[in-house]
Design a binder for this molecule. Structure first.
Ligand code: HEM
Length: 423
């Protein structure tokens, strides 16, 4: 029988017979068709459109990010993979399985089934291209070298970088974000499955945010509100300036953006021993309210010129927010969309203060930032910060990546199509 009637996770359960009642009773099932979830918010994010999702999308609670190395020598295979990924991502964002489930139980399942019965959970899948798609070890594997954007640079080595090569880089990047960790992992796992024979997993990293009350800035693992001073995603003009590639080229990148990924380990044991006022000086903001040290409310503007009675700047010269602020970087602005991560504990022997060894948290920040050009965005901001930021006493960048994320696709197109048409 070639009948493939099952289009959705809900549909599968219904078709499976006997499980219909379970499907109806599932707590989040009302969300499957893009209707409202228990909290009244839409449970699907649009997949098709001018821009890819997962960039301006209000942050979901979980992220599963991964990079892949292309193993094929054939350009058509890469194109085919992106076509397949696009179709699968669109289906999964709609709460469906990655591919239609057949009824032939003697064949391998086209989907692992781990998200059956779950809400789409506002899943977004964002795809990016690493430099290796264009040129790798000097070889133009797919005839795309001439299409490599000038902005897709090799990131410089920053002061303090302790990057693990196996957790960094990659030819293709996938960011799956969802309000359910299993839905996000499912998406990456299915894309990985579909890449069999064409691309291999290089690294995978999950992250999370707290279930902060609506409208409140989530706190990171340092206990500070993180994301306060982001540019306004609701302002299309600002987003065009800060995030979206315009007519500067290459043409296939129009409406796309560049994603910087940094896995930043935080020495939480060390941080937790610091006095709160020292922590606040380090960041330049109040811990509990999130207000700048020169204000009283979270969204008060930073006053970088204010001095105290001794003439010392209220926001210290090496405070994180001073060094990161556009005013300190010739206006450079990025859109941060990071997640905390917690990968348990690992044994570490530190040979510098505070000279400790033992099981230490491998936890911190999955820093993800989108920008129109990383040379005038992340690199411009982070180069001085890497040398001077007081926060560096507590942080170590252990992985890194820069990916060109093309614009979105209309139904019938695939993500990155314009690159393959012009390249
Ligand atoms: C573990 C590492 C980091 C932690 C814990 C952290 C935390 C924070 C916190 C608490 C704030 C203040 C609230 C806010 O405006 O969001 C902030 C602001 C900011 N951070 Fe970070 N950050 C980290 C790494 C970075 C890195 C690597 C960059 C690189 C460019 C960066 C760029 C910024 C920017 C641009 C701001 C806004 C500054 C402003 O305009 O006021 N952060 N960060």
């Amino acid at each position: 029988m070639n009948r493939c009637p099952v289009a959705s996770r809900r549909g599968l359960l219904a078709a499976a017979g006997g499980l219909v009642a379970a499907a109806a009773a599932g707590p989040a099932r009302a969300a499957a068709g893009g209707a409202a979830d228990a909290g009244g918010a839409a449970a699907t994010e649009p997949f098709w459109g001018r821009y890819q999702g997962g960039i301006l999308t209000p942050q979901q609670r979980h992220a599963c990010t991964a990079a892949f190395d292309l193993t094929t020598r054939k350009r058509e295979a890469v194109e085919g993979l992106l076509r397949t990924w696009t179709a699968a991502a669109a289906r999964m964002a709609n709460g469906e399985t990655a591919a239609p489930l057949g009824t032939d139980l003697s064949a391998p399942a086209p989907d692992s089934g781990v998200a059956l019965g779950l809400s789409p959970a506002r899943l977004t899948v964002t795809v990016g291209f690493g430099a290796g798609l264009f040129i790798k070890n000097g070889v133009d594997r797919y005839g795309l070298a001439a299409q490599r954007p000038a902005a897709l640079v090799d990131l410089p080595r920053f002061t303090g970088d302790q990057l693990i090569a196996e957790r960094s880089g990659g030819d293709l990047f996938v960011q799956a974000c969802a309000d359910d960790a299993q839905v996000a992992f499912h998406a990456v796992r299915q894309l990985d499955q579909l890449a069999y024979g064409v691309a291999d997993k290089r690294w995978l990293q999950t992250g999370f945010l707290p279930d902060a009350p609506a409208g409140e800035t989530p706190r990171n693992l340092m206990g500070f509100k993180d994301g306060t001073d982001n540019p306004a995603v609701g302002d299309a003009g600002v987003m065009e300036q800060v995030v979206w590639v315009g007519s500067e080229g290459p043409a296939w990148m129009e409406h796309g953006t560049y994603a910087v990924f940094r896995r930043i380990r935080i020495s939480l044991e060390h941080w937790d021993r610091m006095e709160v006022d020292f922590q606040e000086e380090t960041i330049g903001r109040r811990k509990y309210s999130g207000a700048p040290l020169t204000g009283t409310k979270e969204f008060d503007p930073l006053d970088l010129n204010r001095a105290d009675a001794e003439g010392e700047p209220v926001i210290a010269e090496n405070a994180h927010v001073r060094l990161a602020a556009p005013a300190s970087n010739g206006g450079a602005t990025i859109l941060r969309r990071g997640y905390s991560y917690n990968d348990g504990v690992t044994f570490i022997a530190e040979r510098w203060p505070p000279w400790r060894q033992g099981m230490l948290y491998d936890a911190g920040l999955l820093f993800v930032a989108f920008q129109r050009d990383p040379r005038s965005g992340f690199i411009r901001i982070f180069e001085p910060m890497a040398k001077l930021d007081a926060l560096n006493q507590f942080t170590t960048h252990t992985a890194s990546g820069l990916f060109a994320c093309p614009g979105g696709a209309a139904p019938g197109e695939f993500i990155g199509q314009r690159l393959f048409m012009t390249g």
